[in-house]
Design a binder for this molecule. Structure first.
Ligand SMILES: Cc1cc2nc3c(=O)[nH]c(=O)nc-3n(C[C@H](O)[C@H](O)[C@H](O)COP(=O)(O)OP(=O)(O)OC[C@H]3O[C@@H](n4cnc5c(N)ncnc54)[C@H](O)[C@@H]3O)c2cc1C
Length: 448
């Protein structure tokens, strides 16, 4: 009997959800398959978001939306009950616990020796022809089909302090925040969800720590309501979408609902992918420049407990929001000197720590693996270079725009193609849709 081999590059939630759906489909169709889940950092089933061990880092999505299984919304809640956890459908689980859930679900999906999951800790650096993934240590893994689940790219390098011991380039790297417990002031670049987590951790680690959070607009993510908002139907006219029209429709819906913007966001969210694809490139550019940041803070909201803790930190002066841009950062004594443009005035700030929470780097070609694929013509960037160009079902497009028969992608890497593609509900649907394509691609080669 042939056993086909699927290699998934990236072991975070996107890779894990793909492996889970693929193994379950293989079981249902009595197909043998070996799935190799490659993760550079050994964070299989956890990735960047769910490897935190801080119990105050909560999911920003309610438990009833976070099942790993497409079509089984109660799966996470049943797992939590089995673990003796006190969490209801509208509750927010700690992210570290969610990582444990993903790992358990991954382990349960395999049935050795016919449906095998191999977890390999290694960095993929290229493809050898169509049928092997090359690893940084010189080995290669045979593959009948390959999935790229690389997640978000690292933030862009910071000139001047890149190698400074008190500069934290990646707050999600293992133990990155554990070092910040000396009470020295911390400057966080960015005021989004990652800043919220950093502020919660470092202020708990030392009662004297003050956090300064800097971003161009100093916008904080909004708070979830105690009970979920019911989605409000928002009728967007068909045909090509203009950002100005979309905003007008959304504002009208908010006014009609007496200011209930949360319901309008929930109503728009399922349409987001279709709306993005109905915009031409100029409109997408307008959206990214003018609207995206506002959409993000309303769409990715913080749980009430985190919002309360942030409000308390601000009220007691331990979290200060700064609106402006970084001019430069330089070593100074034991820490760093930051020069920032705050509302038009150049201002100096001496801090003990600098944490980069600005989110993914700007250009997909900064990732050497992806740059190699693009250089070889196997893949091409999307028009905004946020990720890779792909067909709507995740087949990676080559330099000529042809969909690859054995190369697929999902998750944040498809941001330029789908836009709403970074949260578990969207990734789970992509993983479920991808599984039959993968099984077909893998078995067609094994049989040939
Ligand atoms: C702090 C935080 C909180 C979040 N909270 C939520 C939430 O509550 N709900 C929700 O729905 N979404 C949340 N998200 C969104 C999140 O993007 C998704 O839920 C999901 O975790 C994305 O997983 P991923 O596998 O695509 O990416 P990642 O988690 O980044 O995983 C990608 C993995 O690929 C590996 N990798 C990269 N390149 C290579 C290579 N060349 N070779 C081998 N391995 C490689 C990396 O080491 C990494 O482990 C959160 C995101 C963050 C950052």
């Amino acid at each position: 009997m042939f056993t086909s081999s699927v290699v998934i590059v990236g072991g975070g939630a996107s890779g894990a959800l793909t492996a889970i759906h693929l193994l379950r489909l293989a079981r249902a169709s009595r197909t043998s398959v070996t799935v190799t889940l490659l993760d550079e950092h050994g964070r299989h089933g956890l990735g960047q978001a769910y490897s935190t061990s801080d119990p105050h880092h909560l999911l920003n999505t309610r438990a009833d939306r976070m099942s790993a299984l497409d079509g089984e919304p109660r799966h996470l809640l049943d797992w939590a009950r089995g673990e003796g956890l006190d969490i209801g459908p509208a509750g927010f689980l700690a992210r570290g616990l969610y990582g444990r859930y993903l790992r358990d679900t991954l382990a349960a999906a395999q049935e050795p020796p016919v449906r095998v999951l191999r977890r390999v800790t290694a960095k993929a650096v290229g493809l050898d022809g169509e049928h092997a993934v090359r690893l940084a240590d010189g080995r290669s893994v045979e593959a009948d089909a390959v999935v790229l689940a690389l997640g978000n790219r690292s933030p862009a390098p910071m000139p001047g302090v890149g190698a400074h011991p008190r500069y934290v380039a990646d707050p999600w790297a293992a133990d990155a925040l554990d070092r910040i417990g000396d009470g020295a002031p911390v400057l966080v670049l960015g005021t989004g969800l990652t800043m919220v987590d950093v502020a919660l951790t470092v202020t708990r680690a030392h009662p004297g720590t003050v956090v300064h959070a800097l971003s161009r607009r100093a916008l904080l993510p909004r708070r979830h309501l105690a009970e979920p908002a019911a989605p409000v139907a928002v009728a967007v006219p068909g045909g090509p979408v203009r950002v100005a029209d979309l905003l007008a429709v959304a504002r009208r819906a908010v006014r009609r609902g007496g200011g209930d913007w949360q319901g309008v966001v929930e109503g728009l969210r399922p349409q987001a992918r279709a709306l993005w694809q109905a915009m031409d490139l100029d409109e997408r550019r307008v959206f990214l420049r003018r609207v995206a940041r506002y959409w993000e803070i309303h769409r990715h909201r913080v749980p009430p407990a985190s919002a309360d803790a942030i409000a308390e930190l601000r009220a007691t002066g331990r979290l200060r929001l700064l609106r402006g841009g970084l001019i430069e950062a330089a070593p100074a004594g034991d820490g760093l000197r930051i020069r920032a443009d705050l509302d038009g005035a150049a201002t100096d700030l001496n801090v003990g720590w600098l944490v980069n929470a600005t989110g993914p780097g700007a250009d997909v070609t900064a990732d050497p693996f992806l740059a190699r694929l693009i250089g070889a013509g196997t893949a091409r960037p999307d028009p905004f270079r946020l990720g890779l160009d792909a067909s709507p079902d995740g087949a990676v497009l080559d330099a000529a725009g042809r969909p690859g028969e054995r190369l697929f992608a999902l998750g944040p890497l498809l941001r330029g193609t789908l836009y709403e593609t970074t949260a578990v509900p969207e990734i789970r649907a992509q993983a479920a849709a991808l599984a039959p394509h993968l099984l077909r691609a893998a078995t067609s080669r094994a049989v040939a």
